[in-house]
Design a binder for this molecule. Structure first.
Ligand SMILES: CC(C)(COP(=O)(O)OP(=O)(O)OC[C@H]1O[C@@H](n2cnc3c(N)ncnc32)[C@H](O)[C@@H]1OP(=O)(O)O)[C@@H](O)C(=O)NCCC(=O)NCCS
Length: 259
């Protein structure tokens, strides 16, 4: 069976990074272009490929004014992780994968607790957290390095029983205040293209779409243990001009000029 692949880059987008494991190349470099070509050729030649698509978002915390005063964010510690592992939600794969980040060495995250009960949780990844994910996670190619002043939000979770009450929206606003306190000038995140609730929430919270990620995972008998995958990080044309102070460094990572 021949697969019809979605376009990886359209006239409106460009491939910014090509990521395999912990290594990545600029999309317009020789290796980046060659890997992209080989990838699309291989994907057409076999149906043993699974595609995952994500929408990339970007936000400058300084542009968001309202900050809820009544939310106390607790930093994630080993004790918090222990408590969360005993929570019934830990049986859900998405939340369990967020908790697993701790074992991989990720440290910067926050939780909103009320009367000892968790309401909402999220990681705010710095470059050292991202490096840990690239080393230890088979999804590490979703996390290329960012650059000075940038951080990445991941694994937002509102606990069962607390949903559709505005908890994530208020938590997200409090997290923006925390980002500003930490000196973060640009936040990025990505959301699975089929996660309708999360896409709605992120867009309501002031984030703008900046591009997409297409991840190709090859299911090759005898080589399954390799969990071989490639992620193409695409950026919408014009995103950098909308964000006047961002620029690409020589190695293609996004850099934020300190304003
Ligand atoms: C997505 C999630 C964090 C939303 O948390 P929440 O506390 O229920 O969100 P809020 O009550 O603040 O909702 C804010 C907006 O998000 C959207 N939204 C939230 N849940 C939704 C749902 N089930 N269906 C459609 N839209 C939804 C709505 O636009 C909502 O605004 P509205 O209530 O005025 O319509 C929660 O459903 C969750 O933890 N899901 C599982 C993990 C996940 O998908 N995380 C996101 C990873 S990026």
């Amino acid at each position: 069976m021949e697969l019809t692949l979605p376009a990886t880059a359209t006239p409106a987008t460009e491939i910014q990074r090509v990521c395999i494991g912990s290594t990545s190349w600029r999309g317009d470099s020789f290796i980046g272009a060659a890997v992209t070509w080989l990838l699309q050729f291989a994907a057409r030649a076999t149906d043993r490929v699974v595609l995952q698509r994500f929408v990339r978002f970007r936000l400058r915390p300084a542009t968001v004014a309202s900050v809820p005063q009544d939310i106390r964010l607790t930093p994630i510690t080993a004790e918090v992780i222990e408590q969360l592992r005993r929570h019934p939600d830990a049986a859900q794969a998405n939340f369990a994968s967020g908790l697993a980040f701790w074992n991989m060495g990720v440290r910067n995250g926050f939780i909103w607790m009320e009367n000892g009960e968790p309401l909402c949780f999220q990681w705010q990844l710095t470059d050292s957290d991202l490096a840990a994910l690239r080393r230890h996670s088979s999804w590490g190619n979703l996390y290329p390095p960012l650059g000075p002043g940038m951080a990445q939000r991941e694994k937002l979770w509102t606990f069962s029983g607390a949903r559709r009450k505005g908890i994530a929206s208020r938590f997200a606003a409090a997290m923006l205040a925390e980002a500003r306190r930490q000196g973060v000038t640009t936040l990025v995140t990505h959301v699975s293209a089929d996660n309708v609730p999360a896409l709605a929430l992120v867009e309501k919270s002031g984030w703008t779409r900046s591009g997409s990620i297409v991840r190709y995972e090859f299911d090759i008998p005898l080589f399954r243990w390799l969990r071989w995958s490639v992620a193409l990080h695409c950026e919408n044309r014009g995103v950098r001009s909308q964000h006047q102070s961002t620029k690409l460094s020589a190695n293609g990572f996004i850099e934020e000029a300190v304003s």
